[in-house]
Design a protein around this ligand. Structure first.
Ligand SMILES: *Cc1c(COP(=O)(O)O)cnc(C)c1O
Length: 439
């Protein structure tokens, strides 16, 4: 949709809302649809090809309005998470379908998803242990719990441990910045011997510093055997798994208890929209369900995502997924991901062709980690100059003790010419810097 159409559609939407408000007294106060009414009104999967804006808007009156805010909000969300789960080829266990035990929910951020998973895991392990040892207090058990993540994991994972009141240990990574099975096995043995209770592992697919992937095909079976909840944080990289060529990066998800990524990062859905799936809804609901009288109603069993999150109230965030999935179609979304990965590879080629620079981590998706072959100090100076010029903006990271520059392709409108311009700008600033050094 170009700017001209966006202006026109926006004005039409304001009219729609104004008409609704003007005629609101003609509408029923309470919907008379049955639970599950919505699923049968829309396809079971996202369309392959793009649909028109008119097609989507027409469906608002047909699909959404009869169910008002609820149940339409709850039901569209469940079905959209099934659509998205199918795009990623998630195992059947994670889908809600009509009678599945799993399912998806939209959280605000990946940070919340990790926290929810950790709290659900904490509640589950306490119940499990108390089933065998009714005399052990919750406080005593919680004081022995230990959770794990990669030393490359996002800061939100460490924070989840802080809020959840449990130890969080950072696992060392291999030369590709991935956590491997042997590393986890070793620390589990040590911690069990010390009387601790391992209960949660947060794997990262697509780490923030270098887009590295923890080896979940090795880690998953260990977690399953040791009754450790495995959560997967794929906040950034998850969007790429809709492309068959990147789907192997998600192999091992079948061992996970919960999985999360942010369509608001790389799948064209506006902030906020963080998609989270669990294999067993009952694990989450078991941890958080509250049922005061003012929340009791006739259809309690039909699903209520308020039990899956910290707030009670919820926004109608699945509407924007519905619009994006239909207006791009699966093919359009795949093309978008592929374009960004192609642009990152283009930048990688430019860096590799310049003998003064090196690539610091495998370029798998839209992120290129690179640096001057030289001291950290030199790289820090180069970054300062790049950012001070304000033409492009780079965020650095530290990899194996080295100061590294990160080039991330993430804007909807990025084209090859932007990448070429960015590189010639960087290379020019690099030459200036090198000329100033004593020879
Ligand atoms: C961006 C990112 C996060 C944080 O995402 P929020 O949705 O802002 O909480 C967490 N983990 C990884 C791997 C990320 O890339």
């Amino acid at each position: 949709m170009d700017a001209a159409e966006f202006r026109r559609r926006g004005k039409e939407m304001v009219d729609y809302v104004a008409d609704y408000l003007e005629n609101i007294e003609k509408r029923q106060v309470y919907p008379d649809v049955e639970p599950g009414y919505l699923r049968s009104l829309i396809p079971e999967e996202a369309p392959e090809e793009a649909e028109s804006y008119e097609d989507v808007v027409k469906d608002i009156e047909r699909v959404i309005m009869p169910g008002a805010a609820s149940p339409a909000c709850t039901e569209l969300e469940t079905v959209m998470l099934d659509w998205l789960g199918k795009m990623l080829k998630l195992p059947e266990d994670f889908l809600a379908g009509t009678e599945g035990r799993g399912g998806g929910v939209i959280q605000g951020t990946a940070s919340e998803a990790t926290l929810i998973a950790l709290l659900a895991a904490r509640s589950k392990i306490v119940k499990l242990i108390q089933a065998d040892h009714p005399d052990r207090s919750e406080t005593d058990i919680i004081s022995k719990l230990v959770a794990y993540s990669s030393d490359q994991a996002h800061s939100s994972v460490e924070r989840a441990g802080l809020i959840g009141g449990v130890r969080m240990k950072k696992m060392p990574t291999d030369s590709k910045f991935s956590v491997r099975g042997a590393a986890l096995q070793k620390v589990l043995e040590e911690d069990r011997a010390a009387g601790l209770i391992p209960f949660f592992f947060c794997a990262t697919l697509g780490t923030t510093p270098s887009c590295a992937f923890d080896c979940i095909t090795e880690l998953g079976p260990i977690c399953n055997a040791e009754k450790i909840w495995m959560h997967i944080d794929a906040a950034y990289a998850g969007s790429a798994f809709i492309c068959p060529e990147f789907r192997p990066l998600l192999n091992g998800v079948e061992f996970a208890d919960s999985f999360n990524f942010n369509p608001h990062k790389w799948l064209l859905v506006n902030f906020d929209c963080s998609a989270m799936w669990v294999k067993k809804r009952s694990d989450i609901i078991g941890a958080f369900k509250m049922e005061p009288l003012y929340l009791k109603h006739d259809h309690q069993e039909s699903g209520n995502q308020s039990h899956w999150q910290i707030p009670l109230g919820r926004r109608f965030r699945s509407l924007k997924m519905w619009f994006v999935f239909r207006m791009y179609g699966l093919k359009g979304l795949q093309a978008y991901i592929r374009k960004h990965v192609g642009l990152a590879k283009e930048f990688e080629t430019l860096v590799r062709a310049d003998q003064r620079f090196e690539i610091s981590a495998d370029v798998v998706l839209g992120l290129v980690c690179f640096r001057f072959k030289g001291s950290n100090e030199l790289n820090e100076t180069l970054l300062k100059r790049i950012n001070r010029a304000r033409k492009i903006h780079l965020v650095p990271c530290q990899l194996a003790g080295k100061f590294v520059l990160r080039f991330a392709v993430c804007a909807r409108t990025t084209e090859s010419r932007h990448v070429q311009e960015a590189w010639s700008h960087i290379s020019h600033l690099a030459s200036e810097l090198l000329q100033e050094l004593p020879h």
